[in-house]
Write a protein that binds this ligand. Structure first.
Ligand SMILES: [Zn+2]
Length: 331
């Protein structure tokens, strides 16, 4: 091997070491959000005069924040690894007083981050289905965190109604104290704001959809991450949504959303541009003045705890090597 080749190899090794160290630094910082106020979301300017709904990107999980005039409704809290990121966002945007906190059901992709929210935010009212055997363990562990924070974990019933500033919401479905599956027990919420309406399905199944009574809505948060077991054509015929939002992870094992669901949404006359999916588009941020609805997609509001670790670093390393015309097997 000549001297030139040796120098190149040494330079290559040093470069790789520097990049790996930089990547580890970025990863460490991303993976450990503190609860101190930061300016990470300084580009997120919330107009409190309007209704704001954040359908957060939390991977293969669910977390939706509804905020209007400093009144806040949080529906689900993602996986456990998302909890720190959810709290970080809420604290920075001063939305950490939660008037209503709904855990649609006990599965960990909805309830996993709830402990972090309870420990770090001021939760005034909290609802979750009660007495569901399949979800009992998660219910009890959350109840003990709620108890230690002096928060009452309550149950709701169908037709219960609550005010949220000029908006209000109603419970359209819930199962308490039955042997239903956790998904079937899901709390389904309909939010009304002046001339607009919004439906949040949790992981409710097609069987539950048959029991729901609702007139048309503007925006559907599609049930069960776009699984084929939810969102029947009959249900879409009844609620006639103009927009559909799906929360699903990239390359998640269930492969949500199902292609059949996307087709059913198109068949229900929802325009392709009005179907939003968090996996590729990031957090979906909706604002409304009560008549008009505006939606933007924001890759800079990624609260996916698992997704933040490592992903950025690999991408950075690959793009660097591509730029200097090296090809790495991992890229
Ligand atoms: Zn789920």
């Amino acid at each position: 091997m000549n001297k030139n080749a040796k120098q190149k190899i040494t330079l290559g090794i040093i470069l790789i070491l520097v990049i790996v160290l930089c990547a580890l630094y970025v990863q460490f910082n991303n993976a450990n959000p503190t609860n101190n106020l930061t300016n990470k979301y300084s580009n997120v300017i919330i107009n409190n005069e309007k209704l704001n709904i954040f359908y957060f990107k939390v991977g293969q999980a669910d977390c939706t924040l509804i905020t209007i005039n400093n009144k806040n409704l949080l529906i689900d809290a993602g996986n456990k690894s998302d909890g720190d990121y959810i709290v970080e966002f809420l604290k920075e945007k001063k939305l950490d007083t939660i008037d209503y906190f709904i855990i649609t059901h006990g599965d960990l992709d909805h309830s996993g981050g709830a402990g972090n929210v309870l420990n770090n935010c001021n939760v005034k009212n909290m609802f979750m289905p009660e007495g569901i055997e399949e979800a009992e363990e998660n219910y009890q562990s959350l109840k003990s965190v709620a108890d230690s924070n002096n928060v009452q974990l309550s149950k709701v019933e169908i037709s219960d109604k609550f005010d949220l500033d000029k908006a209000n919401f109603e419970i359209l479905s819930v199962k308490n104290n039955t042997n239903s599956s956790a998904n079937e027990s899901s709390i389904v919420v309909k939010l009304n704001y002046l001339n607009t309406s919004y439906l949040f399905m949790g992981d409710a199944t097609q069987g539950i959809e048959k029991e729901i009574k609702s007139d048309s809505v503007d925006v559907l948060k599609v049930g069960h991450h776009g699984s084929n077991s939810s969102t029947s054509s009959e249900f879409l015929d009844m609620i006639k949504p103009k927009y559909a939002i799906i929360s699903a992870g990239i390359n998640a094992k269930y492969n949500h959303p199902a292609e059949q669901i996307l087709q059913r949404l198109r068949d229900a006359n929802i325009q392709e541009k009005n179907i939003y999916i968090t996996n590729n588009q990031g957090t979906i941020w909706l604002t409304s003045d009560g008549t008009n609805i505006e939606i933007q997609t924001r890759q800079d509001i990624n609260l996916d705890g698992t997704g933040q670790i490592g992903k950025v670093d690999i991408l950075n390393i690959c793009s660097f090597f591509n730029r200097i015309n090296y090809s790495l097997l991992a890229c």
